[in-house]
Design a protein around this ligand. Sequence first.
Ligand code: 7RM
Length: 681
Amino acid sequence: MWLLCGCTSKCLLTSSSRRVVRYSHNFLGKSFNKAACLPEAAGFEGVSDHSGLQQFSVSQTDRFWGAVARQRLTWISPFHTVQDCDLSQGRIKWFEGGKLNVSVNCLDRHIHTFPERVALIWERDEPGSEVKITYRQLLEATCRLGNLLRRRGVKRGDCVTLYMPPCPLAVASMLACARIGAAHNVVFAGFSAEALADRIRDAQSSTVITVNQGVRGGKVTELKKTVDMAVQSCPSVQQVFVAMRTENPVVMTARDVAMEEEMLREAVVCEPAAMDSEDVLFLLYTSGSTGKPKGLVHTQAGYLLYASLTHRYVFDYHDGDVFGCVADIGWITGHSYSVYGPLANGGTTVLFESTPVYPDPGRYWEMVQRLKINQFYGAPTAIRLLLKYGDQWVNKYDRSTLKTLGSVGEPINTEAWDWYHRVVGDGRCPVVDTWWQTETGGICIAPRPSNPDAEIVPGMAMRPFFGIRPVLMDSEGKTLTSNNTSGALCIAQPWPGMARTIHNDHQRFTETYCQPYPGYFFTGDGAYRSKEGYYQIIGRLDDVINVSGHRIGTAELEDVVNQCPAVAESAVIGYSHDIKGQGVYAFVVLKKGVDVQEAELARQLQDMVSKSIAKYASPDFIQFVRRLPKTRSGKIMRRVLRKVVERDLDGLGDLSTLDDPAAVQEVIQGHQDLCGKEQPQ
Ligand code: 7RM
């Protein structure tokens, strides 16, 4: 059995240490009113509350998604089949026969009702310099760009690579691709030339869109130069569109196109392509733990529907709200919750160009005050970082507009959850810990939607979204049916938002996600299901540590270590140990300005783990570091830490997503200082 926590009676994964938070404010209507809470479900008989509706969505899946798809999307021609899926074969098709255009669903249909509503608030790097773009303006830019792409030979089915910071022209570029039926491939504009080249080559793009320079955290980056370097090894590239983010000119070659100038010559009307539901909308590369990055493929109708429904209900987004997702558009979170979900819902969405600490650690909350943000969606890594700086950076600003706080990307440890809830949200806003993946397209497990009286347990993603049936598997591949148990997290039936394949490698797709547990979608994560049936994500299964036969989740250990007031964050890994199989090794970052005796603190931390989990779980080594190696999206790269401790520096694997290579060098040095030249034993 996957007993990831190893000690079901003592650890934080059990209900003994559980605290529950209830909110009295209205979420989806006090008494369940189908028409009011989910108009799409008004015709479903026998459904009288939220859990009834969830059950309906997974048992009468076709009726549920059929009704929702007809209601929420604008179709050029209707679909004839809700789904045709066979997970064991890796066949996933939704809404076949249907034709639609995603950009029409995100723009044109809103223009009829509110052309002057703000679609995008571009929160530029310098605070106070935001730019607002209405739906009419965004449609116009999208059409001009769609025409330009078409005129310059981009065809339906081509794939355009975008290397741009979050900005209105990046959104217009995504939507312009969608308008003419090309796929987009957004590459985070912080990746190296090499990483960019890999992704351009794999996607076989002939067109790249970029900006002259990027501006982030007060620093200018040479994005166009990086593209120039990348395309040297990309024979497929024929043209590079260059938009001007700053006023500094860059060298333009015959291959380069001055994007804004050329756009001005184009018409503001652009005929939308009638796309099949299952045509490709975008590729998005995500790194596997080994091997080359995978280009996950999302398609039109199912993806958009799922992004829109989750955005509406997980965050309780209402017409007129300002939605602030601070993820970069280079991540799936930026795709689904900065762009597609909010725009499909006719919402106002923030594009955040800066960093959480620029010009100071109050940036997020100053922005919340200035833009009157109603839903704030961020990552635990940023919350943990800001927590280090203290409450005064939050308290300075008026956060009374906030209604929902969201968290995504990693398990949110109890200390960070509490701070987010108590300090940022004044104890007033539900905190939704949302679990999902690039592969899932949208949020799959989150505390909401649920009725307003439903409890929220700190640090738990809790409840499956409509249409999602999570299951836990043991190591023999059997379904674990009881509660208060842990296992490999799978999803038992297809949902419209899921990825369809890996670009050019369907076999890798089926092998990775469909074959480990035939008939199920395998997430690669471990999860715990509480006595009450709520889900808590433990982390990647390949991160789990096994000490003398006891399986321990890294999240569980880190949660204990992070509770020490001197600690800002930590990463725990297992290293091979002759006797125990694996031993525990902790990397610890201290809070700013903390002055402690490291040896003494290490002993304290070991004690804390012994007391709150078990003696065997206590770290053998504690290495203090200034920062942890993280991906550009803020996930701790435990794989890299494991390799450092195993002294396998040649085996570090794909580092293209690594944020700051210097962090790895520091960790290597510190490790040698701590353990000498020998491997720890
Ligand atoms: C949205 C995103 C996916 C992986 C996933 C998990 C981890 C994401 C949570 C989480 C615990 C969460 N896509 N993860 N959200 N772990 N609690 N709420 O992050 O493709 O970049 O990463 O991230 O391991 O499998 S992603």
